[in-house]
Design a protein around this ligand. Structure first.
Ligand code: NAD
Length: 291
């Protein structure tokens, strides 16, 4: 049994702390909302009157708070009470540079930290099957693992301190854009008279629905092969067909228009006759990652 402090008993924190209790740990929770504290008590946890009280004597300290400002504020109120033998496991989704700030302030006091934000939803928090993206030095990850295993599966070692936080942000970045692009495509498909279920079925079998990382990229740009399997000029032409059609029928396609302008930039850089995945090579070069 480990003495655990859990700060932030909201939608995610309640089921996560409950799983830790069910695994046999003593979990002292703190939240600014009384209803959260009541629920934690009902789940068999102990409650504290402040974050500082919760962390006192805790061997492992979890934070599951809304944004970075909350994590920094909470840490400021309790850092003096955290033992240098303790491990902080920060699981909120926050700005990676704030993750670094929190780690640095803990390191000043020789307190170890793992950043371990989660993917999926509160339903997975209840079943202990969250996707956990963990960042930390190997020793600290090893220490965190028995607790993370109670909360999630799979647990991915993202390759070093701060990289869990970075992985989470990148994952949501792409997922968010696909969300908007999907909404645009489905709206347009309906307005132009396609059956939505049929459109979903067709697109689920192509790179449109499957994504590019596992379909077009592996045999082309990831192998540094930019010879055209599908020429960027054609991708540009086809994108033009869709955005023109959208304009004609009055559908708003901001992602579609932006995509077209990225292809145009690629054409200006001489990539028109290359594979359409060469946009990735172009952006890498712009970012200083080399050709
Ligand atoms: P939530 O708002 O339901 O819970 C956050 C809890 O933190 C609340 O109970 C709030 O009262 C408490 N809190 C705020 N400031 C506090 C303070 N100073 N001291 C103590 N407690 C404080 O949020 P959530 O859905 O549990 O999400 C937590 C984090 O997990 C967020 O960063 C979110 O982006 C991330 N996340 C959420 C989901 C989801 O499906 N809800 C999925 C993946 C990741």
């Amino acid at each position: 049994m480990t003495n655990i402090a859990f700060i932030g008993l909201g939608t995610m924190g309640i089921p996560m702390s409950h799983n830790l209790i069910k695994a046999g740990h003593q979990v002292t929770g703190f939240d600014i909302q009384q209803a959260s504290l009541d629920k934690h008590l009902e789940n068999g946890g102990k409650v504290a009157g402040s974050a500082a009280e919760a962390v006192e004597g805790a061997e492992v300290i979890f934070t599951m708070l809304p944004i970075g400002k909350h994590v920094k504020e909470v840490m400021a109120t309790c850092i003096d009470k955290i033992s240098t033998d303790s491990l902080v496991i920060e699981m909120s989704t926050i700005h990676p540079l704030e993750t670094d700030e929190v780690r640095a302030s803990l390191a000043e006091r020789d307190i170890a930290m793992v950043d371990a934000p989660v993917g999926k939803t509160s339903e997975h928090a209840y079943t202990g099957t969250l996707l956990i993206m963990a960042g930390g030095e190997k020793d600290n990850l090893d220490r965190a693992m028995p607790y993370l295993e109670v909360l999630g599966n799979p647990i991915i070692d993202c390759g070093g301190a701060g990289r869990g936080s970075r992985m989470k942000v990148i994952n949501n970045y792409l997922s968010n854009m696909i969300n908007v692009a999907t909404a645009e495509a489905l709206t347009l498909s309906e307005v132009i008279g396609l059956d939505r279920d049929l459109a979903i079925e067709v697109m689920s079998g192509t790179a449109a629905g499957k994504g590019h990382m596992t379909t077009t990229y592996p045999n082309k740009v990831l192998k540094n092969d930019l010879s055209p399997a599908f020429m960027l000029d054609f991708a540009h032409k086809d994108q033009g067909l869709a955005v023109d059609l959208a304009k004609a029928v009055g559908v708003n396609t901001p992602m579609g228009n932006l995509t077209q302008s990225v292809y145009e930039t690629a054409q200006e850089k001489g990539l028109g006759k290359k594979d359409w995945t060469s946009v990735y090579a172009m952006l890498r070069e712009e970012a200083g990652l080399g050709a």
